[in-house]
Ligand binder design. Structure first.
Ligand SMILES: Cc1cc2nc3c(=O)[nH]c(=O)nc-3n(C[C@H](O)[C@H](O)[C@H](O)COP(=O)(O)OP(=O)(O)OC[C@H]3O[C@@H](n4cnc5c(N)ncnc54)[C@H](O)[C@@H]3O)c2cc1C
Length: 402
């Protein structure tokens, strides 16, 4: 972070109007970033973001803050690489301190099959200009001295891939940076205002219904995280998306310091250290679709067992807090962005357990789609029509959760 970067700028609040060029439903990272890039890249400021609760109250304020581009298919690597680049410049661009911290992501394999996957990832990443290298077990020990290479005798470390530029950033600050950047240019942010329906004129969506009255719009973008099936349903759009809870927890402070983000492919669990020194731990989403955000003891027990097999020091730590978010998991584990087949109604969804890292690139690309009417090449493969065309983007292994 440069010396010029101040702390967060205030959010400018405005009286809502009855009509906007663009209404974005959902004040999470994706909705706010789209509003920000509409204002900054295209000068479109007659925009409202309607948020049911407060900004970043959904998954944007609940995630484990990992930013990386080490995906396995070219479309995804290109897209997340762009997002990483935008994140790297976000403090300088917005003047907000988002606590961006490059750390490196060590993705451990526990079998020959796992190593084959990581070798493939390294080759594909490097071919596309993403800095990922292969590690032997000795290299892993050098970068993560606390690791038990025998994996508790059950999950031996065969090696890993190391994605050097992977980083973390404070999630609430990212949301706030986009919100203040957008509202400072005239975008309206309306909190505690759920969209309860969509206004239709014939087949076209022309605005949103709220308890306080309708708001008309030239374009409506749904950016509602785990609630997407309901909102898309208001437009008669059925999505290949299911909502599953995902849990995380933090421990008390670990004095030694764990420099890297450590993840396991086959165990689907991961850990990083927060700036306060706490260990932040996550794993796979609940297999049962649900809308509960109540933490579960089952998830906690399973995450704790897996991660302590790799990092035994964690057994000495105390769990301080657990929480859960609602993840919009798409059928192919890749996002869905852009047109829905209903005029005037766009979506950004399928962000599942992996959408925090995508916030800047998705916001930038969707703003371009809204401003120009053309879908940018970067997100063209991620359209909803891919399921009809049988061009799915299967990349489950890169989600890091399953
Ligand atoms: C525990 C956990 C850990 C994660 N870890 C990572 C990680 O390390 N890295 C990563 O890249 N991703 C991670 N993710 C995923 C990431 O958090 C999400 O993909 C991302 O935040 C989605 O952002 P969003 O803006 O689409 O949705 P959200 O942040 O959920 O925002 C949607 C907003 O829409 C609002 N809303 C819903 N319905 C309506 C309505 N009808 N009217 C108005 N507003 C409405 C909600 O209140 C909410 O504020 C994690 C998720 C969880 C739960």
């Amino acid at each position: 972070m440069s010396d010029q970067v101040a702390s967060l700028q205030p959010i400018a609040w405005h009286e809502p109007r009855s009509t906007y060029d663009v209404v974005i439903i959902g004040g999470g990272g994706h909705g706010l970033a789209t509003a920000y890039y509409l204002a900054t890249r295209h000068g479109i400021t007659n925009v409202a973001v309607v948020e049911a609760d407060y900004i970043a109250s959904g998954n944007t304020g609940r995630n484990t803050t990992i930013i990386r581009a080490n995906y396995a298919i070219p479309e995804a690597i290109r897209f997340y690489k762009r997002s990483l680049e935008l994140y790297q410049g976000l403090e300088a661009e917005t003047g907000a301190d988002i606590h961006y911290r490059p750390k490196g992501h060590v993705w451990i394999a526990h079998s020959e099959m796992g190593m084959r996957t990581e070798r493939g990832r390294v080759l594909m990443n490097r071919a596309m200009g993403v800095d990922t290298e292969l590690l032997s077990p000795e290299d892993v020990k050098r970068l993560v001295p606390q690791i038990d290479l025998s994996g508790g005798g059950r999950y031996p470390v065969f090696g890993a891939s190391h994605h050097v530029p992977a980083a973390t950033a404070r999630h609430d600050r990212v949301a706030w940076a986009f919100a203040s950047g957008a509202t400072g240019r005239g975008v309206h942010l309306i909190q505690h205002r759920p969209a309860t329906g969509l206004l239709r004129e014939g087949a076209r969506v022309v605005g949103v219904e709220t308890a306080q009255g309708p708001i008309r719009a030239g374009i409506v973008l749904s950016a509602v995280g785990g609630w997407v099936s309901q909102v898309a349903g208001m437009a008669g759009v059925r999505l290949p998306v299911r909502t599953h809870p995902l849990h995380a927890f933090v421990t008390n402070d670990f004095e030694q310091g764990l420099e890297k983000i450590v993840a396991s492919t086959e165990l689907a669990c991961y850990v990083s250290q927060t700036e306060r020194g706490q260990m932040l731990i996550g794993a796979e989403f609940d297999s049962q679709p649900s809308f509960t955000r109540v933490s579960s003891f089952d998830a906690l027990r399973s995450y704790a067992y897996k991660i302590t097999s790799l990092l035994p020091f964690l057994k000495q730590m105390r769990i301080l807090r657990t929480w859960a978010g609602l993840c919009d998991i798409s059928a192919d584990f890749s996002p869905i962005m852009g047109d829905t087949g209903v005029d005037g109604f766009l979506i950004t969804t399928g962000w599942g357990t992996w959408g925090f890292k995508a916030i800047p690139a998705a916001g930038e690309a969707l703003a371009e789609r809204i401003a120009t009417g053309r879908t940018p090449e970067l997100i063209a493969p991620f359209g909803l029509d891919r399921f009809r065309r049988d061009h799915v983007l299967a990349d489950q292994g890169s989600a890091g959760t399953r």
